[in-house]
Write a protein that binds this ligand. Structure first.
Ligand code: DHB
Ligand code: FE
Length: 300
């Protein structure tokens, strides 16, 4: 039996016996992330009908950059064939969403951010799932009855750029658990765990009870992990909450919030941290923590 089969078998056992999370394999995470990407509306067409001049410019620039690397670094035939094999493996393992969101999305987001005012955005990542349970503030994220982790009360207000309350604001929130694993992508976690769409009140105020997530590790057993290890990099992202904050008539913000003093804040493998997005929760006794963060949405 392969390691993957072992993990799957374990996962099946765990689902019936309790909440011991297992580390997801790259194949599990990659396949789930690929199918989620195809079905959640992030992708709206095949590219057919795209402007020819734009395709020409981008394809030329991209290939030119590759040619430039080859010339500058005197890439050899064995290296070229190894790269071809690796690219095939990433595709066959379904790891393109993981790879691209870790290593490329931050640059696309940086370009999008040039026209954005209000709360700073960052990458969406591969683990968003739409249509989660809708809750009214004050809300507790769905969690296991015996969910481990430091309790965190996350509250704040959604306003427009003039500081006025935004009615009808929704916070779509998703996060890893205390082991760094996401429901829907790692085996053994109940569907919808630590995911919800929370409606703020009429003054834009929200209060969400959850736990502090752990840092996230890019799966190390697939081709993305192989590249990370072959290059001597580390596979970690700092602990983070994901948020998609929206309101009628306003431009939605996709962002993440990080934790002051957390590991990997200065070496995020996905290069998606920003100083404006770091929370510093206060200890309020009993091992509980609380933090306030206000969101600002620009008018659409
Ligand atoms: C990836 C995972 C994340 O949790 C995230 O926020 C960004 C990227 C990834 O594995 O690609
Ligand atoms: Fe994430």
């Amino acid at each position: 039996m392969t390691t993957t089969d072992d993990a799957r078998e374990q996962a099946a056992v765990d689902l019936s016996t309790g909440p011991t999370a297992l580390s997801p394999t790259a194949a599990d995470s990659g396949a789930s992330a690929s199918s989620s990407f195809r079905t959640t509306g992030q992708y709206s067409g095949s590219g057919a009908g795209a402007d020819t001049a734009r395709v020409d410019a981008l394809a030329r620039a991209l290939l030119g950059a590759v040619h430039q690397v080859i010339r500058e670094h005197e890439v050899t035939y064995p290296e070229f064939q190894a790269a071809k094999r690796w690219l095939m493996d990433v595709g066959e393992g379904g790891e393109w969403p993981l790879f691209l969101d870790v290593f490329v999305e931050h640059a696309v987001e940086e370009v999008a951010a040039r026209t954005q005012t209000g709360t700073v955005g960052t990458i969406l990542g591969p683990y968003y799932l739409p249509d989660q349970v809708q809750l009214a503030s004050p809300a507790s994220l769905p969690a296991r009855p015996d969910q481990a982790g430091t309790p965190l009360l996350f509250r704040g207000r959604v306003t427009d750029t003039d500081g006025a309350a935004v009615p009808g604001a929704k916070l779509d929130i998703w996060q890893a658990d205390e082991q760094g694993y996401y429901s829907g992508f790692a085996p053994g976690i109940p569907a919808g765990n630590l995911r919800a769409v929370v409606s703020a009140d009429a003054e834009g105020r929200f209060e969400i009870s959850t736990i502090q997530p752990a840092p996230y590790q890019v799966p190390t057993d697939g081709p993305t992990g192989a590249l990370i290890s072959a290059a001597g990099w580390h596979p970690w992202r700092p602990a983070h909450l994901h948020l998609l904050v929206s309101a009628p008539g306003h431009r939605a913000v996709t962002t993440q919030l990080y934790f002051a003093g957390g590991e990997y804040l200065d070496s995020d493998v996905a290069e998606a941290t920003k100083p404006e997005l770091i929370l510093d929760p206060e200890d309020v006794g009993d091992g509980r923590r609380e933090v306030t963060y206000d969101f600002v949405l620009e008018t659409a």
